[in-house]
Design a protein around this ligand. Structure first.
Ligand SMILES: Nc1nc2c(c(=O)[nH]1)N[C@H]1C(S)=C(S)[C@@H](COP(=O)(O)OP(=O)(O)OC[C@H]3O[C@@H](n4cnc5c(=O)[nH]c(N)nc54)[C@H](O)[C@@H]3O)O[C@H]1N2
Ligand SMILES: Nc1nc2c(c(=O)[nH]1)N[C@H]1C(S)=C(S)[C@@H](COP(=O)(O)OP(=O)(O)OC[C@H]3O[C@@H](n4cnc5c(=O)[nH]c(N)nc54)[C@H](O)[C@@H]3O)O[C@H]1N2
Ligand code: SF4
Ligand SMILES: [Mo]
Length: 747
């Protein structure tokens, strides 16, 4: 039946002639979806689809992945290297040789004048792993600056630090398959349906097959909280109090897994003493964390009594002055209930960027490649020998993190900076300070696939990078799965892959002729495989190859040569026509052996100190920040994809309607937010998602929330507390605000 359509033409979706499908992995979030890019007979990408045979996404993609192929020729892409002698002057187009010569000469000049560490490098979680490893070689082995870090300090540093403190090593121990086995699921500060939609879809699929309780800890009623059985709207920054109080209930009611604690952990006496103290009695703790005592008891009992229980967390935990402690405490909860390394029982950090794991594993940012440490003499010697240089060239402890590099620019300790695929003008706290720091630099290089990235205003040299499937290489996702992107199309204009740029720059340093810098990503991967082998190493990828990864649509590490031989012997998988399907390790620590000196995990006593900026009379609202599904970070990419940007082209904040009524503020009005740092103008979206004393702003917009944030640092991870500071709300002239809003980069 064609109701009312007799005379109308039905909507026709134009047919897209696909001549070839190319395999790739999504370049946005850490879920790690496999995407096939459809090319027409002229080699142009015309469409894409989720790979149906991929374990991770099983054919699905979220809005960003579906539209990702639109970004290759989007507005603002960098076309040619650019040079100028001073920021704000006009750039001049340059050849690659000119741009790289200037860059190398300036780096050497600064290092000669002020010392090797006076030139800093800040990278990202968004390159290919092979590129990370190569940048590490260049930074640690050739340039030799110890002030080399990544934007992962804004993102995953607390998870890394917490894992190391608890288990002796980084590396998420669980996987998505745990959803199929768990009897209790608890999420801390993680909004899966918007930030990891396909992980959420996997969770939902598991829940449709078998019901288990879903508990969400988040001060906002996020989309995940709306689907939860129990939502704990926690007072910002107090997750450690909630967990200690849950541990109080568990130990005082004898719900712990004593056999597991005795066999596999250290530190239980101290932990028990702390959590049984009055401070963490739910009667007292409820007044600090804002969750009533009965709820705390119910959740603790539910978690501890479940046959298997798992916790996931993301930025609500990591981005806090108690980030590392929060992670260690989630690990405590899982260790004392015997929930590590078993199906459905785990402590799973949901990673952020597509390859935040790859940089942790291989970039040498905070150490040396393959989870090796600068502080360990054997590791220094091993890597120096492998690269063919003197181990004394390496520093003996790690240098500054990104959040300490910027203050070191302010003090004049650092004079030059190279930013690779990160945009601190929009993503770091207190924009005014970041701007001043960038202006103070004697030399700034920006290497980005977009020329209109905000940091470029302060650059002396701009190096245009190619993006995603314009190059080849691997990513590692949240569940340690290494997945591949094949080069599908040529580099845009005169942009070059980051690998090529690092290799060319290495030739301009003395050690560049000693250390081998292979040209192809696959050769780099083979080199990393050789480095990954060793007794007791969990990060072993030696059984993998590009072809095997593509066949399997991603392989989880560890995957050793022996594993590969085993899988080869198995023959075709159950689909017969899909070839052999290698299978890596789904879980870590299944035998209760950890990467510590005595093989036992550490239970870490975590005391709570209330050190956040709090709402007060002058600044009565909590300022919370995060993300929305259609945008990725600072919108250099999704801001240019019309079908993403159209959902939220304007900087806005969520505000509670009752609080707005008190202040006479209406839906879609502009307001000025004021913090102790600065001010920002945003449009109001009224919603009960936030409580009366909180506003929430997606951080995707330039000159917006990070003008206001304080970003106090976690003492272990140096990660900023982006989600906790305070603001007041003032009226603003609506016409003036509308103009301001247009002036802010509006795609
Ligand atoms: N669409 C989209 N997806 C993304 C990204 C993106 O930019 N866009 N970025 C990727 C990256 S790099 C990352 S790191 C992840 C981030 O993924 P998420 O961490 O899930 O996302 P956020 O919105 O930053 O923060 C999650 C929640 O933390 C809550 N929160 C704030 N303070 C607290 C607190 O004190 N305790 C608790 N328990 N919760 C709190 C906030 O209310 C918010 O709802 O997303 C990844 N996926
Ligand atoms: N207030 C507040 N601030 C936050 C957060 C928050 O929740 N609240 N979250 C923090 C978190 S978790 C993160 S991860 C950071 C993210 O912060 P950033 O890393 O600064 O943000 P992006 O926009 O992802 O910047 C990546 C840049 O790399 C470029 N790029 C993409 N692919 C490539 C490539 O292949 N090569 C090169 N050379 N360039 C490429 C992009 O164009 C973009 O300019 O923001 C942090 N800031
Ligand atoms: S869920 Fe993440 S990895 Fe999957 S398509 Fe969306 S952005 Fe890409
Ligand atoms: Mo992140």
């Amino acid at each position: 039946m064609l109701f009312g359509r007799k005379k109308r033409k039905p909507i026709v979706i134009p047919k897209k002639e696909v001549a070839e499908w190319k395999y790739s992995t999504c370049n946005y979030c850490s879920t790690g979806c496999s995407i096939e890019l459809g090319l027409n007979d002229q080699g142009k990408v015309v469409t894409s689809r989720g790979h149906a045979g991929a374990d991770v996404n099983r054919g699905k993609l979220c809005i960003k992945g579906l539209l990702e192929h639109d970004l290759f020729d989007s507005a603002g892409r960098g076309t040619e290297p650019l040079i100028r002698s001073k920021p704000y002057e006009d750039f001049e187009a340059a050849s690659w040789d000119q741009a790289l010569d200037v860059t190398a000469a300036k780096i050497k000049d600064i290092q000669n004048k002020y010392g090797r560490d006076s030139f800093a490098i800040v990278s990202t979680g968004q390159l290919m792993t092979e590129e990370f490893y190569t940048l590490g070689k260049l930074a640690r082995g050739c340039i030799g600056s110890n002030n080399y870090d990544g934007n992962t300090t804004l993102c995953m540093a607390s998870a890394v630090s917490g894992y190391k403190r608890s288990f002796g090593s980084d590396g998420p121990p669980g996987c998505y398959d745990d959803f199929e086995h768990t009897e209790c699921f608890m999420a801390f500060g993680s909004n899966l349906p918007e930030q990891h939609p396909i992980i959420y879809w996997r969770l939902k699929e598991a829940l449709e097959k078998r019901k288990f309780p879903l508990i969400v800890v988040d001060p906002r009623v996020t989309m995940l909280a709306q689907f939860a059985d129990i939502h704990l709207p926690i007072t910002p920054g107090t997750d450690c109090v909630l967990i200690n109080s849950m541990l109080h209930v568990i130990f005082s009611e004898g719900l712990q897994d004593q056999a597991y604690i005795d066999a596999h952990t250290n530190g239980s006496d101290e932990l028990i003493k702390l959590v049984l103290s009055d401070t963490y009695n739910p009667k007292v703790a409820q007044h600090v964390c804002g969750i009533d005592e009965d709820r705390i008891r119910t959740v603790a009992r539910l978690y501890a009594r479940a046959g298997s229980a798992m916790s996931v967390w993301t930025m609500g935990i990591n981005q806090s002055t108690h980030g590392s402690d929060g992670v260690a405490n989630i690990n405590n909860l899982n260790l004392v209930t015997g929930n590590i390394g078993k199906p459905g029982g785990t402590s799973l950090s949901i990673t952020g960027q597509c390859n935040a794991m790859g940089t942790r594993e291989w970039s040498s940012c905070s150490g040396l490649p393959g989870y090796r440490y600068l502080e360990n003499e054997k590791d220094r010697e091993y890597i120096a020998d492998f690269w063919g240089i003197d181990p004394e060239f390496f520093p003996k402890q790690r240098g500054l993190s990104e959040t300490d590099i910027f203050p070191a620019i302010e003090t004049g300790e650092i004079k030059g900076l190279w930013l690779v695929a990160t945009n601190p003008m929009t993503s770091m706290a207190d924009t005014a300070r970041i701007r001043k720091a960038l202006e103070k630099l004697e030399f700034l290089v920006v290497q980005d696939c977009y020329e209109d990235v905000e940091t470029n205003q302060y650059a002396h040299v701009f190096l245009p990078a190619s993006v995603w499937a314009e190059k080849e290489g691997c990513h590692t996702n949240t569940e340690r799965r290494v997945n591949l992107t094949r080069k599908a199309i040529p580099e845009f204009a005169n942009s070059k892959s980051d690998l090529w740029i690092f290799n060319q720059l290495s030739k301009r340093f003395d050690h560049g002729s000693i250390i081998d810098f292979p040209d192809s990503a696959e050769d780099v991967f083979e080199e990393m495989k050789a480095l990954s082998v060793g007794a007791g190493r969990t990060l072993d990828i030696s059984g993998m190859s590009y072809d095997k990864i593509e066949q399997a649509r991603g392989i989880q590490w560890p995957y050793t040569e022996a594993d590969a031989l085993r899988d080869d012997a198995l023959g075709d998988d159950i689909f017969g026509n899909q070839g052999k399907k290698p299978k890596g390790a789904a879980r870590l620590y299944t035998d209760g052996q950890f990467q510590t000196a005595d093989g036992r995990a550490n239970l870490i006593s975590v005391n709570f100190i209330n050190n956040n900026e709090q709402p007060c009379q002058d600044f009565p609202f909590w300022l919370n920040s995060g993300r929305v599904v259609e945008h990725f970070h600072t919108r250099t990419r999704t801001g240019k994809v019309g079908n993403c940007n159209k959902f939220s082209p304007t900087a806005y904040m969520e505000m509670n309607p009752d609080a707005a009524a008190e202040q006479g503020i209406e839906h879609q009005q502009y307001v000025r937010l004021v913090s102790r740092r600065s001010d920002a103008v945003v449009m109001v979206q009224l919603t009960h998602r936030v409580p009366r004393n909180m506003v929430f702003i997606p951080f995707h917009y330039h000159d917006c929330v990070n003008r206001l944030t304080l970003g106090l640092l976690d003492p272990y991870s140096r990660q900023p507390a982006f989600k906790q500071c305070s603001v007041r709300i003032e009226p603003v002239d609506q016409q003036e605000a509308a103009v301001l809003n247009v002036q802010r980069r509006a795609f």
